[in-house]
Write a protein that binds this ligand. Structure first.
Ligand SMILES: NC(=O)c1ccc[n+]([C@@H]2O[C@H](COP(=O)([O-])OP(=O)(O)OC[C@H]3O[C@@H](n4cnc5c(N)ncnc54)[C@H](O)[C@@H]3O)[C@@H](O)[C@H]2O)c1
Length: 242
């Protein structure tokens, strides 16, 4: 069976979409005829002209509300939110300063909450919408020097399930993706080569951002009738040499 996701006439907001999985998702959505809008603190170096980029810090609630209003004024609707913006500092709990802890939760958790608050009134009014948030295998497994990131990703699972229950009557779906180990700027910064990267390569394998796109397009599409679910993308099958 062929996958033919059609995004014609739809508007997707991707936070953290200047890089990695978010950028791949925005590109895929635009390729399928949709309007992809990215909020990111980073410039749009890897994005082509089809994708609309706004410099927005998702931890700033007022900035998020203002930017979402601008998107709604311009496009009239936001059909879907892929909330990918995140940071992953490496530090021991004992030595962690307050700013690192607060900033990690402010971006990874608060940022998702502010974006959901901003897009939901329009989705609820239209009785249609799909929101996807990202958790991480570290939410369950944990890892030394990753407590703040792992805690934020664990909290997102609970947040998404609760929000899904709140908005189900309005036909708005909220689901969580575990993308697996994916080669992105964040992954490279958090897993330096010379040990960790090689560990992942030898165990789970390291996927590309494009490997996650199918899961996201599925969750955004009306083929995905579930809400409050978690979709885990584990290791991929080995690519055949061409
Ligand atoms: N790559 C992996 O192996 C992996 C594994 C599990 C979960 N995830 C999750 O997938 C999502 C996408 O991550 P990725 O690997 O593509 O990372 P990435 O670094 O490529 O993308 C994250 C983006 O978030 C942006 N960002 C950071 N702070 C921001 C802020 N305050 N406001 C707006 N944008 C901000 C960055 O500029 C960057 O473009 C993240 O939520 C990440 O935690 C990734």
């Amino acid at each position: 069976m062929k996958s033919t996701f059609d995004a014609q006439g739809e508007v997707l907001l991707v936070t953290g979409g200047a890089n990695g999985i978010g950028a791949a998702t925005a590109r895929a959505f635009a390729e399928r005829g949709g309007t992809a809008v990215v909020f990111d603190v980073a410039p749009a170096e890897d994005l082509d002209d089809r994708i609309e980029h706004h410099r927005v810090d998702v931890s700033d609630r007022e900035a998020v509300l203002h930017a979402v209003d601008a998107v709604l004024d311009k496009h009239g609707r936001i059909d879907a939110l892929v909330a990918g913006a995140a940071v992953q500092p490496r530090c021991d709990v004992v030595g962690m300063d307050a700013h690192t802890w607060r900033q990690t939760l402010a971006v990874n958790l608060d940022g998702v909450v502010w974006c959901c608050q901003a897009v939901l009134p329009d989705m609820i009014a239209r009785r249609s919408g799909s929101i996807v948030v990202f958790s991480s295998g570290l939410a369950h497994a944990g890892r030394a020097q990753a407590a703040a990131y792992a805690a934020s990703k664990g909290a997102l699972i609970s947040f998404a399930k609760s929000l899904a229950a709140e908005v189900a009557d309005y036909r708005v779906r909220v689901n969580t993706v575990f993308p697996g180990v994916i080669d992105t700027p964040q992954f490279r910064a958090a897993n330096p080569s010379g040990g960790e990267r090689e560990h992942w390569a030898a165990t789970t394998g390291i996927g590309s951002p494009e490997d996650v796109v199918g899961c996201l397009l599925f969750l955004l599409s009306d083929a995905a009738t579930m809400t409050g679910s978690t979709l885990t993308r584990d290791r991929a099958f080995a690519q055949e040499a061409s």
